[in-house]
Structures are given as structure tokens and as C-alpha cells.
Design a protein around this ligand. Structure first.
Ligand SMILES: NC(=O)c1ccc[n+]([C@@H]2O[C@H](COP(=O)([O-])OP(=O)(O)OC[C@H]3O[C@@H](n4cnc5c(N)ncnc54)[C@H](OP(=O)(O)O)[C@@H]3O)[C@@H](O)[C@H]2O)c1
Length: 229
């Protein structure tokens, strides 16, 4: 498997018309990346791209494309679809993903009990993604604890990003994207650890309900809070 290194220029977001995808796209556009918004419908993707350009500024390099085009043309592919669409979406795109980094943002929520951790048989959504796309794709999981409300503005985000994945090199590439999006990220180890991070989201949804808020988060303490390290 070739390991992808160097600066990433083009990020493709599968399901980028949705809440989390648009939030991440906004942050990366502000940081100067080229972003491809993917959708099942080209027109919907193009409309989302127009809206994002108006939010991020006229210089923002954003285009709306189909999901397969986003996966084919991007160096890093970010998956932001509901869990129910996770497997079929990946099965439809796996031939476009060879040699790339796939960033899985999916939380395997099973409505109506979304405050209960319910992992799939593979162990987590990220491990399920790896089973589907195969070892030729570097699967990294990230951003599952970051609510979209925090992303679609320029405020500081009081929630860290725990990054798990199939190789240290791929995790470091994604940690750079975390920093670019204005968050503090930590290398949280191998893909098997993603179960913890994905499960935390159900706990945070429960805390949101208890406190009547939209976006509680988690921060790592006991280390220097220097976003550049
Ligand atoms: N929302 C959050 O704050 C948040 C936070 C952390 C993690 N996440 C995770 O991020 C993922 C996306 O969340 P979201 O809130 O952005 O979801 P969403 O807005 O409901 O959906 C995202 C996009 O997924 C596509 N989609 C919906 N149903 C589909 C289907 N049956 N098949 C294929 N594509 C489908 C749609 O794009 P098109 O119709 O354009 O194809 C839609 O715009 C979820 O797994 C969620 O757990 C969300």
C-alpha cells in the first residue's frame, strides 16, 4: 500500500451537501484548500457549492460534483453520510478510492436510541468501512464528536478531535487537516480505537439533552494546549 504524504490540495466530501459536510467544507475553504462537494445529485451539489462560496468568500475554490467524481478527483476523501447510507455509499465508491485516504466521520447511530452506543459487528463504523473498501485504502476516522453548529462559523471550537486510522502517516495527514480547520487533534492510535471515539458521540448527545444544548464536546487535559504541536 502506498502511503500518502505531502500537502493535500483537494478534499472531496461525500454527502458534502449535508450539515457536517458543509461545516467541514467551510473550514477547509477558509484555510485555502480546494473542496469538491459530492452528492447523489449534481444539481444539489452545485447549489451547495454556490452557498459555500458565498459564505467562505469569492476566492473559495469549491465545486459541486457527483459523489464518484468527488472520490476520483480528490486526494483525501471525507465521508459524511448518515449511518444507514454508510455501507451502500462505500460499496458504490470503493473502486474510486484505491491508494487514497478515506476520512470516515460516520457515527453508527441507530435511531431512536441515539444516546445508546450501538456498534456494528465490525466493531465500529470505521472498521466496517475498512472491511468494505479493503486494505488498499487508508481509512482514518475523525470529527465524530464535532457538532456541525461549531463548524459553520469562525469561532474557536471547544472540542478536540481524536484521530484513529490504519497508518500513522495517514493519521498525520488528517491531523494537518484538523489543524487547518481550526481544531486541536490528537493521534488516537489504530483504527480499532475508533469504537471509543464513535461511542463518545452518543454520550455527548445524551449530555446535550440533559443540559438543553446543541454541541457539548470533549477536551484532552494534562498536556500543553499548543495547537501547533
Ligand atoms: N451533524 C453533526 O453535527 C455530526 C457531527 C459529527 C458526526 N456526524 C456524522 O456525520 C454524518 C453526516 O451527518 P449529517 O448530519 O451531515 O447528515 P445529513 O445532513 O442528514 O446527511 C448528509 C448527506 O448524506 C447524503 N445522504 C442522505 N441519505 C443518504 C442515502 N440514503 N444514501 C446516500 N447518501 C445519503 C445526503 O446528500 P445528497 O442527498 O446530496 O446525496 C445528505 O446531504 C453522519 O454519519 C453523522 O453521524 C454528524
Amino acid at each position: 500500500m502506498s502511503e500518502q504524504v505531502g500537502r493535500i490540495h483537494t478534499i472531496g466530501i461525500i454527502g458534502g451537501t449535508g450539515k457536517e459536510g458543509q461545516g467541514l467544507a467551510y473550514r477547509w475553504l477558509k484555510a485555502g484548500y480546494r473542496v469538491l462537494i459530492g452528492s447523489r445529485q449534481l444539481e444539489k451539489a452545485q447549489a451547495a457549492a454556490v452557498e459555500l462560496r458565498s459564505l467562505a468568500g469569492e476566492g473559495a475554490e469549491v465545486s459541486g460534483v457527483t459523489n464518484p467524481d468527488a472520490a476520483t478527483q480528490a486526494e483525501v476523501v471525507v465521508l459524511t453520510v448518515p449511518y444507514a447510507a454508510h455501507r451502500p455509499t462505500l460499496e458504490g465508491l470503493k473502486d474510486c478510492l484505491g491508494g487514497k485516504i478515506l476520512v470516515d466521520v460516520t457515527v453508527p447511530l441507530v435511531p431512536p436510541k441515539v444516546t445508546r452506543v450501538q456498534m456494528p459487528p465490525a466493531g465500529s463504523a470505521a472498521q466496517e468501512a475498512l472491511e468494505i473498501v479493503g486494505e488498499g485504502v487508508q481509512v482514518v476516522s475523525a470529527f465524530q464528536n464535532i457538532s456541525y453548529e461549531k463548524l459553520l462559523n469562525d469561532e474557536d471550537i471547544e472540542c478536540d478531535v481524536l484521530v484513529c486510522g490504519t497508518s500513522k502517516t495517514a493519521r498525520s495527514v488528517v491531523l494537518e487537516l484538523v489543524r487547518a480547520a481550526g481544531m486541536v487533534g490528537f493521534d488516537a492510535g489504530p483504527i480499532e480505537n475508533s469504537v471509543v471515539v464513535e461511542g463518545l458521540t452518543s454520550i455527548l448527545i445524551g449530555i446535550n439533552k440533559q443540559f438543553g444544548v446543541q454541541s457539548s464536546g470533549v477536551m484532552i487535559t494534562g498536556i500543553p494546549r499548543d495547537p501547533t504541536f
